[in-house]
Design a protein around this ligand. Structure first.
Ligand code: FAD
Ligand code: SIN
Length: 534
């Protein structure tokens, strides 16, 4: 680390490979890239604070002889409602078992069949035609995060916690801009940091925080999507936001997910009168696809004027519940709830972004020098809807692809240029908390579980009104997050407006049917130097 002089005051870090984010995608890539050079990871909070750490259900892969690649591919394509990229899906599924075995080699401790040490305990989730969910009790994400952090330490990966990436650093001296690192801020000292690298790997995760109610932790503010878009990378399919049906109510201040696996083990959704309502919506009742269940709960809450429904866990034997869901049991008890005897109040909440920064099969984005994988990316795997537990798999598979593309990129000479001077601090103070709340409310109301033309148009106008109030070129993490939430929120609404049909996760009352005219991705390309959105 050196002190930079001149216009670029602050700290300067030089590295071969720069990774933004310490979730499953960032760490998997970092461990593999360490074979090709020095790797530096920046992460905006503690190293464990990532969506990955909260994953419960597990990671999908064909690990049982009675299962097949063809079946996993078919299930993924079925969920994706016509929009999956078949090559990406085949790659995802066929490399899945190797990537899971690699996680085990890194030290991730999955759950095995009792009395059969070599046999993974595989769960089944909605939309999967076989038992193929590899899990670590109901704390799969935490086990993966810990295993990967240990493996990253062994691989001498340098992780800087509390370093917030503000924007990608672009070299504009050639015909096309090239990413040569990142401009960041050290949250503990407030100092500007410029990191220059031959390769930058974006693994900043999703954007659940753009919605008022979300299962995602506070880090999920869409920073990577916003940074890549500002740098010139196209984004796609941002209208496909997955709402998980069962977040514990109330969702705020700390969201907690009641895994779909709880319904998989027999729990039943009921309204305030105790009526089991899912059979009226889908032949699979409580095990219907996630989007159908979320919309059904939304409809029931509107009909009854309630702010949650109930998850009756009493069909699950107490001993089995305690063994299968130790973390859910402990958290519920800490909130004064007593499953499986007493029902749990639950509500749908924004959970997963299927779209993101457009990447090819080697994780390359539309900006030279910039790779991306994990929830920030749109690889084509999920199409219009994600199959449960395919996202952790997607992250490891495409992080591995990116690592294979890395040696050539590391060989590219690094820019010797000084980073641009940090932007001036904006003059007038802004109510950042108020703006953040307003953006999240607008998205929840106008671009939530069920949409329509009027609501989307209103949301677009309301978000546009906020643009002059949000700092341009923010220098603090708090201001940058609000700017990123606003940009990502506007991109989600624009994408939803462009899709005048219903497909997968995007359901519009104004266009309730699917329309083959829209059997394509919704791609938004930034226009350099111009306001990108109307
Ligand atoms: P993340 O794990 O979110 O990591 C992003 C990283 O980027 C974090 O370290 C963050 O701090 C960092 N970062 C972000 N912005 C910046 C910035 N500006 N500067 C520096 N660092 C930054 N998927 C499954 O497949 N199976 C499941 O069972 C499952 N359960 C889930 C349960 C919950 C409650 C949630 C929220 C999600 C679940 N998912 C599940 C989805 C899955 O966890 C995520 O899609 C996946 O973990 C994303 O991994 P990632 O590495 O892309 O991003
Ligand atoms: C869950 O455990 O219900 C979440 C699984 C997922 O998001 O894939």
């Amino acid at each position: 680390m050196t002190r930079a002089g001149g216009a670029a005051r602050g700290t300067r870090i030089e590295t071969d490979v720069l990774v933004l984010g310490s979730g499953i995608a960032g760490l998997t890539y970092a461990i593999k890239a360490a074979r090709h050079g020095r790797v530096t990871v920046l992460t905006k909070k503690e190293d464990t604070e990532a969506n990955t750490n909260y994953a419960q259900g597990g990671i999908a892969a064909v690990m049982d002889p009675s299962d097949s690649f063809a079946a996993h591919i078919a299930d993924t394509l079925e969920a994706g409602a016509g929009l999956c990229d078949r090559r990406a899906v085949a790659l995802l599924v066929e490399s899945g078992p190797d990537r899971v075995r690699e996680l085990i080699e890194y030290g991730v401790r999955f759950t095995y069949q009792r009395g059969e040490p070599g046999r993974l305990s595989l769960a089944r989730e909605g939309g999967h035609s076989a038992r193929r969910i590899v899990r670590a009790d109901d704390l799969t994400g935490r086990a993966i995060e810990r295993g990967l952090l240990d493996a990253a330490a062994r691989a001498s990966v340098k992780i800087h916690e509390h370093y917030f990436a503000l924007d990608l650093w672009l070299d504009r001296s050639g015909p096309l801009p090239r990413c040569v690192g990142v401009l960041a801020v050290d949250r503990e000292t407030g100092e500007d940091v410029a990191v220059s690298a031959n390769v930058t790997f974006l693994a900043t995760g999703g954007c659940g925080q753009v919605y008022r109610f979300t299962t995602n932790p506070g880090i999920a503010t869409g920073d990577g999507i916003a940074m890549a878009f500002r740098a010139g990378a196209p984004v796609a399919n941002l209208e496909f936001v997955q709402f998980h049906p069962t977040a514990l109510y109330p969702v705020e201040p700390r969201p907690f997910l009641i895994s779909e696996a709880v319904r998989g083990e027999g729990a039943i959704l009921r309204d305030a009168e105790g009526r089991a309502f899912m059979a009226g919506y889908h032949p699979l009742a409580d095990l219907a696809p996630r989007d159908v269940v979320a919309r059904a709960i939304d409809a029931e809450m509107r009909r009854a004027g309630t702010d949650h429904v109930w998850l009756d866990t009493s069909p699950i034997a107490p001993d089995h519940f305690a063994e299968r869901f130790p973390n859910i049991l402990e958290t519920c008890r800490s909130r004064g709830l007593d499953p499986p005897t007493a029902p749990l109040p639950v509500v749908p909440a924004a959970h997963y972004m299927c779209g993101g920064v457009v990447t090819d099969l080697d994780a390359r984005t539309g900006v030279a020098g910039l790779l991306a994988a994990g929830e920030v990316a749109c690889t084509g795997v999920h199409g219009a809807n994600r199959l449960a537990s395919n996202s952790l798999l997607e992250a490891v598979v495409f992080a591995d692809r990116a690592a294979r593309a890395t040696p050539d990129m590391v060989a590219t000479p690094r820019s010797g240029a000084d980073p641009p001077p940090p932007p001036r601090r904006s003059g007038s103070p802004t109510d950042l908390d108020g703006l953040r709340r307003r953006i999240r409310e607008i998205l929840w109301t106008g671009a939530g579980i069920v949409r329509d033309d009027a609501g989307l148009a209103a949301a677009e106008a309301q978000l546009a009104e906020l643009v002059p109030r949000v700092p341009t070129n923010p220098r603090t993490p708090e201001a940058a997050e609000v700017a990123n939430l606003l940009l990502v929120g506007r991109l989600i609404v624009r994408s939803a407006i462009l899709r005048k049909e219903s497909r997968g996760l995007h359901f519009s009352r104004s266009h309730p049917d699917s329309d083959p005219t829209f059997l394509h991705d919704t791609i938004i390309r930034p226009c350099e130097g111009k306001e990108p959105l109307p």
